[in-house]
Design a protein around this ligand. Structure first.
Ligand SMILES: Nc1ncnc2c1ncn2[C@@H]1O[C@H](COP(=O)(O)OP(=O)(O)OP(=O)(O)O)[C@@H](O)[C@H]1O
Ligand SMILES: [Mg+2]
Length: 475
């Protein structure tokens, strides 16, 4: 949202700037300062009496103030004066739907997206259709579709008219609007581009994941005999840069499954007000694509003590998330739900109940052999001379995978700079790598400073036992 104060300041400098007024009006409207917002739009109309944007926004404000009939009349006027102004038609569709006039809602909606395909609003369309709004056959001349309390949805339909099964067949000259699923698919479904061979160390994590999804898929009957199914929830936690995101991606590649990566901030920001619905659609998409890996990065975004989670909207999102994880029986079969966080202490304990994230995996910084493996992986396909992975690994105590990557990146950049000067390939030497290790500081220690306190003082049900063990502290 544009900053209201700076818009006001800008307007004080150029008081007749219509664009600034509209922006300020929008910003005020967004924070529900209806009167002030309306004033801005009225100011625009003083300068430009036919401004369709300002008129439509005034109508919206009227509707929000409970004066929906006046809003509808005004909007009809806008559509009369500026018939090609799509937002007015879209708002008309919403208002008509609120008045239970699904036929008119559908007409206005169709008109809006015919004029501007970008207006397509799948949720609105769904609601219109649920209310019975289909593309109508024209009503008889003498009957005007009106919003009346006894209006029967579908009263103007040809009784023989059969709605085509295809949801969006009747939509626009621009072709059908993208379905909710395909939009989501574009946003979230990714091709699995890596597998376990690209992840150094982490043997326990790999085995846990195999046990949860790979083996049950390969040995379906055997697992069923023991009442075990593929899928479930696994929460990965640990210091930053140690491969939580990497191993999640690699899991999908390992089992050749679809990988869907969802940042919860993304859901909160992208779909204000309808994030639960979207979360549900994302789970549905994963179910349809099973076997699939549904990965929630920064799952602590759903922590109850976060600012945006204190609101009831945040709470309902948490509840929706939990409900999706619980699922109906069999619903989440073949869907591996991975969550990752480096602040597990912010998580609501409700997430950790059976059937939800019931496997908790600590992803520690790589130990020496794991570091050596990571070093080899980092070196693959690069011009190196005399790499001694084991010796280098020894020097990199407390380095995360990301820190090791930083060492390689810097050493490679230095060689590349040399190569540019000489015009031929200059390999990266062990000496150079060792030299670079001194420039990169290990980043995992800081995390343990916080984790240690939680592990010692808030270790309910042994949540942090692995952390204590890693730190060599007696449980
Ligand atoms: N075990 C590993 N094997 C190979 N590369 C690794 C490993 N761990 C980390 N890396 C490298 O470090 C990068 C960062 O790791 P990743 O993003 O998976 O860490 P993370 O644990 O998810 O961190 P954050 O908590 O900050 O999200 C990876 O892209 C990869 O290049
Ligand atoms: Mg990560």
């Amino acid at each position: 949202m544009a900053d209201i104060d700076s818009l006001k300041q800008a307007l004080a400098v150029s008081p007749d700037n219509v664009l600034l007024m509209l922006l300020l009006g929008d910003a005020l409207l967004e924070q529900f300062s209806l009167e002030e917002a309306r004033q801005q739009f009225e100011n625009v109309l003083q300068l430009e009496p036919a401004n369709a944007v300002a008129k439509t926004q005034v109508a919206q404000i009227l509707d929000l103030s409970g004066k929906s009939s006046e809003a509808i009349v005004r909007l009809e006027q806008v559509s009369g004066e500026s018939p090609n102004f799509a937002p007015a038609w879209l708002l008309r569709a919403k208002l008509a739907l609120n008045e239970n006039n699904s036929t008119e809602a559908r007409e206005c909606y169709d008109k809006a997206i015919t004029l501007d395909a970008a207006m397509s609003d799948i949720d609105l369309l769904k609601r219109i259709r649920q209310a019975g709004g289909r593309t109508p056959t024209p009503p008889p001349e003498n009957i005007q579709p009106q919003a009346t309390s006894d209006f029967q949805a579908g009263a103007y339909f040809d009784p023989d008219f059969e709605e085509d099964d295809d949801e969006f067949d009747d939509s626009t000259p621009f072709g059908p609007p993208p379905s909710a699923a395909s939009e989501l698919e574009m946003d979230f479904v990714q091709k699995a581009d890596t597998d376990f061979t690209k992840v150094g160390g982490m043997e326990c994590v790999k085995e846990d994941i195999r046990m949860k999804i790979l083996y049950p898929m390969e040995n379906k009957e055997l697992f069923e005999a023991y009442g075990k199914k593929a899928g479930g929830g696994v929460l990965l936690y640990g210091p930053p840069g140690c491969g939580k995101t990497l191993i999640s991606r690699a899991t999908a590649g390992e089992i050749n499954a679809k990988f869907m990566s969802v940042g919860l901030h993304q859901i909160l920001d992208m779909w204000i007000g309808k994030s639960e619905e979207k979360l549900h659609e994302i789970f549905e998409l994963a179910r349809r694509n099973a076997p699939s890996v549904l990965f929630f990065d920064e799952v602590d975004a759903l922590a109850a003590d976060r600012k945006d989670m204190r609101t009831s909207a945040g709470r309902t999102l948490i509840n929706q998330f939990l409900a999706e994880m619980d699922g109906r029986q069999d619903e989440n079969d073949g869907v591996l739900i991975l969550g990752a966080t480096n602040a597990p202490w912010h998580l609501d304990s409700a997430f950790l109940r059976p059937g939800r994230f019931d496997r908790l995996i600590f992803v520690p910084p790589p130990d020496e052999p794991a570091r050596a493996e990571i070093i080899k992986i980092m070196g693959e396909g690069k011009p190196l001379a005399g790499l001694d992975a084991a010796a280098l690994a020894k020097r990199l105590k407390d380095f995360s995978g990301a820190d090791i990557k930083a060492v390689f990146d810097q050493a490679i950049e230095a060689s590349l700079a040399e190569a540019m000067k000489s015009g031929k390939i200059v390999p990266v030497t062990q000496r150079q790598l060792v030299k670079t290790t001194k420039k990169v500081k290990p980043s995992t220690l800081k995390w343990f400073e916080s984790a240690k306190n939680y592990a010692i003082y808030a270790n309910q049900s042994g949540f942090y036992d692995d952390v204590l063990e890693h730190l060599g502290i007696q449980k």
